[in-house]
Structure formats: C-alpha cells, structure tokens
Design a binder for this molecule. Structure first.
Ligand code: HEC
Ligand code: HEC
Ligand code: HEC
Length: 439
C-alpha cells in the first residue's frame, strides 16, 4: 500500500511538472521555409495580391470600419471571437512586429508574447504559404496599409476555452505538419499553382472540409480523402467539391473558374459565405489563377474526366416539369407556390436561364444536407456581387413577408425532391428557426 501511495505521489508530481512545462515553456516558432537572397524584394503588388488570395481584409475589418483595423465578431461554437487590428499601428496594431513575429502568427498561430490564437484565424492553412509570400505580405502590411489606432474588444470565451494554452495541444494535432507547400510530383505547374492557392492562402478547407473529433479540419491537402469533401459553416452546408455527386465535378473547368471569378455560371450562383469569398477575394485573382484552382479541383475530384451521368443535357421532361406544365387545379401547395412565385425566372424545367437565373435542378444549395441556405434565400433573397467580368449585380427578392413558414416549408420540400433532386423534406419548424435568426 505504501509503495502504491509513493508511486501515486511521484505520478502527481510528474503530472504537475508536465502541466507547468506545457503552460510555461515557450512555444517553438517555425522559421523560414526557404532562405531568400539578402536583397530579396517582393514584386510590386505581390503582397496585396496575397492579401486578396488570403481574404485578410474580410475578417479583419468591421462593418463600416477602417480596413484591417479589426473588431469584426466571428461567431464560433465556443462563443464570439473578435478579430484583431493588423494595421501597422504601434500601440493597437502590429506595428512593432518583426517578420519572425508575423510568420509565427501565420504558421503557428502564436503572437509575439507566446499567446495562442484561436483557429478562427486560419493558420492551419496559412502554414502552407511560401516564404516569399510571407515576406510579401509582411511588407504589404508594414508599408502599404494605413496605421489605424483602434483598440478592439477582447475575446472572452467561457471556461475551458478561455485557457488559450490548451490550444498548444490542439496545434500538435492540427497544425504540426511541415510548413510550406510542396508541389505534387508528376503534376504540371497549373495544377500545382491551383493546389498552392486552394490549400494555402485560399483556406478553402476551413469551410469545405469536414471537422474531425477535435474540431480540426479533416484533411488539409489532397492526400486526405476527406479534404474538401464538404463541411458546415454556421449551420450552412459548404458543399462537397470532390465526390461523384459534387456539383462542381459535373461542370466544365471553365464554368468552375467562372463561378469563382463571378459568383455565377450556367448551373449555380454563390450565396451567403461563398458570395462573400468571391466578392472579397476570388474576383481579384487573375484568370490564370482561377483557372488553376478549377483545374486542381477537377483533377482531385473522384470522377476525374468521367462524363456526369446525373445531368442529362437533352430535353428530357421530368415528372416535376409535367406537374408544373399541366397545372391541374388540385396541384399540391409546393408546386403551386413555385408556379406563382418562382417559375417566371427559374423556369418549369428548373434549368433557370443562362448565367442570369441559376438552375434549381441539380443545384447543391437546393439539395444541401442542411436546408438552411435554401430557406434563407427564399426568405431573404440573395444578391450577386459586381465583378470585373460580370459588372451587373443580380438580385433576387426575398419572400419573408409573403410566405408563411408552412408555405416556405412546402415550397422547399418540393424543390428538394423536384426534377433530379433527392433531398429530405423541410419542416415549418426549420423555417421558423431561420426566420428568427439575424442575417
Ligand atoms: C476567417 C477569418 C480570418 C481571416 C481570413 C484572417 N484572419 Fe487573422 N485573425 C482572425 C482572428 C479571429 C484573429 C484573432 C484570434 C484570437 O484572438 O485568438 C486573427 C488574428 C490575426 C493576427 C494576430 C494579431 C494580434 O494582434 O494578435 C494576425 C497577425 C493576423 N490575424 C493576420 C492575418 C493575415 C495576414 C490574414 C490574411 C493572410 C488573416 N489574418 C486572415 C481571423 C482571420
Ligand atoms: C467562409 C467559408 C467558405 C470558404 C472559405 C470557401 N467556401 Fe466555397 N462555399 C461555401 C458555401 C457556404 C458554399 C455554398 C454556397 C451556395 O450554394 O450558394 C460554397 C460553395 C462553393 C462552390 C459551389 C459548390 C456547388 O456545389 O455549387 C465552389 C465551387 C466553391 N465553394 C469553391 C471554393 C473554393 C475554391 C474556395 C477557396 C478558394 C472556397 N470555396 C472557400 C463556403 C466557403
Ligand atoms: C425575378 C426573378 C426571380 C424570381 C421570381 C425568383 N428568383 Fe430565385 N434567383 C434569381 C436570381 C437572379 C438569383 C441569383 C441571385 C444570387 O444567387 O445571389 C436567384 C437565386 C436563387 C437561388 C440560389 C441558387 C444558387 O445557386 O445558390 C434559389 C434557391 C432560388 N433563387 C430560389 C427561388 C425560389 C424558390 C423562388 C420563388 C419563391 C425564386 N427563386 C424566385 C431570380 C429570381
């Protein structure tokens, strides 16, 4: 018994020592992934371009606030996380940060005093940035961004999430892979450029990859099967970009690139979070880069070049279309609401019109696992941003003042099972929940 207690005592002492070391031993910061020439200077515009590719402005600017001055609230399952001031202001921003400090925030998610950042800052992905791009970004933030004095609200999550040192263990699980990006051997430069942008700066996986048990991105590159196989953001579905049933895998590479650059193509339009990604980030990419992203995504898709079977292009008449064109007086509520309110634009074939009115047949928002996006568009409408390629903003009005929860549910249920769609029904309670949320 005595030995047992002694062993227990030793274990407790060891445990406490380990915990103290865990909390107080300084965190290792990742160094440069390449040695740049002493006189290396980023090309003009390189840093700003990377800022666009990484979408830094969107998160680090508050509604109506000065660019990069922080203070935007990010809702997480753990509570509200406030973005920080990343202007070169010396008191409230990052004006005193060295290149090594800046790199550590992007690669390791740590600030100069060793505080761990919450992964709402997508350092899991920025860890893939090349040294050249880190230097270009640093140069941009230090010399081209206006310093703004703005003390942002402090993030105060509830216990245990306020114990930031716990993120150290999380980082071992989520962000311990070698920093930097390696091109896939055997693939060409276009594919690898797409890979670099998607896996790194674009942080597409932050939304489009599922989360594992530890809430880390399940797969941060294409060696993982789960990578970009579909995720969730704030209850909205971020669709599967790879699987055989994935919408983009049935589009041509050019159509996919057009969606990225303009938020619309002949099949679909981007709403909600994805509309913002296009508006704030992807529309600023060159055509070559959006084409590279599309090429990469198509190539890592599971059906590769195989012809999509689910999307017959011929003038096949579906049962849904027959119901709508017959328009019998005893037609059910769902199709009747569609005829009265929607068919003028989206057509009884569900195929929409060109790049103006998105197709609802085979549309991943309509048939998404979570119906929240569809309900939200019906209630609140949607607007496509103006981009260089498609300057016209397209707007769909919302129907929240005209349709009851039961009606929206009937309409959404009809759309989710209409034409070739096969998704679960929507209840009035689902609609009530979305209607009650701020948007
Ligand atoms: C999806 C939202 C999001 C994006 C995109 C984003 N950040 Fe952040 N960033 C955050 C949040 C949230 C924090 C604060 C996290 C915390 O308090 O733990 C943060 C913190 C930081 C910090 C630490 C600042 C400090 O004072 O502690 C730096 C530096 C930073 N971000 C730079 C960038 C750069 C550069 C980019 C673009 C390449 C970028 N961020 C893109 C959300 C984002
Ligand atoms: C902040 C979260 C977020 C990020 C980051 C994000 N997406 Fe999305 N994405 C979404 C959501 C949500 C949708 C669904 C929008 C809709 O259906 O209208 C979507 C839709 C898409 C679609 C259309 C899918 C379909 O089936 O219609 C493509 C393609 C796409 N995203 C590609 C990308 C790429 C490439 C990146 C990185 C450069 C990216 N996304 C980054 C949230 C995100
Ligand atoms: C006056 C024309 C018009 C009418 C009527 C209309 N829409 Fe739309 N709809 C649009 C346009 C334009 C868009 C693209 C806007 C966007 O995505 O931001 C759109 C987008 C959508 C989307 C998103 C598709 C995607 O790919 O993300 C859905 C779903 C949708 N409409 C459903 C409906 C339903 C249901 C009705 C009837 C209650 C309806 N629409 C009525 C013009 C219309």
């Amino acid at each position: 018994m005595k030995t047992f207690i002694r062993v227990l005592g030793v274990l407790v002492v060891l445990g406490v020592a380990a915990l103290l070391a865990f909390i107080f031993v300084p965190v290792q910061r990742t160094g440069p992934t390449a040695q740049l020439a002493a006189d290396f200077k980023p090309a003009a515009g390189q840093g700003e371009y990377l800022m666009r590719a990484g979408d830094c402005m969107a998160c680090h600017t508050s509604e109506g606030g000065k660019p990069f001055a922080g203070g935007r609230a990010i809702q997480s399952p753990m509570g509200t996380i406030w973005t920080t001031n990343i202007t070169p202001d010396k008191d409230t921003g990052i004006g005193n940060w060295s290149l090594a400090d800046f790199r550590a925030a992007l690669y390791d998610g740590v600030t100069p005093n060793g505080t761990h950042l919450y992964p709402a800052m997508p350092y899991e992905n920025y860890r893939k940035l090349s040294e050249e791009d880190v230097v270009a970004l640093y140069d941009y933030f230090m010399h081209q961004v206006e310093p703004v004095s703005n003390k942002v609200e402090e993030t105060k999550l509830a216990f245990p999430f306020n114990m930031r040192f716990g993120l150290r263990a999380w980082n071992w699980l989520a962000a311990s892979y070698a920093a930097g990006s390696k091109p896939d051997a055997g693939e060409d430069a276009q594919f690898n450029r797409g890979k670099y942008l998607v896996e790194g700066a674009g942080h597409c996986a932050a939304c489009h990859s599922p989360r594992n048990l530890f809430m880390a991105q399940d797969g941060i590159d294409n060696t993982s099967k789960a990578f970009l196989s579909g995720g969730e953001i704030d209850g909205f579905t971020a669709p599967d970009l790879r699987g055989p049933a994935s919408g983009p895998q049935t589009w041509s590479t050019e159509q996919l690139a057009a969606y990225l650059a303009t938020a619309r193509n002949a099949h679909s339009s981007a709403t909600g979070e994805m509309m913002l990604v296009v508006r704030d980030s992807l529309q600023y990419m060159t055509h070559e880069d959006n084409l590279a992203i599309a090429t990469y995504l198509k190539k890592i898709g599971s059906n590769g070049a195989a012809a999509p079977a689910a999307q017959p292009e011929k003038a096949e008449v579906t049962g849904t279309e027959t119901v709508l064109s017959d328009a019998k007086h005893d037609m059910a509520l769902g199709p009747r609401l569609y005829l009265d309110n929607c068919a003028a634009c989206h057509a009884i074939s569900g195929k929409g019109a060109g790049e103006t009115f998105p197709a609802l047949d085979g549309n991943s928002l309509v048939a998404a696992k979570s119906p929240k996006g569809l309900i939200s568009v019906i209630l609140h409408g949607a607007e496509l941003p103006s981009t260089p390629d498609r300057p016209m903003k397209l707007r769909m009005q919302g129907y929240d003042d005209r349709l009851s929860d039961d009606e929206v549910a009937a309409l959404a249920t009809f759309l989710r099972a209409g034409w070739h769609n096969k998704a679960a029904a929507v209840s009035a309670a689902d609609v009530t929940a979305v209607r009650g949320e701020k948007h």
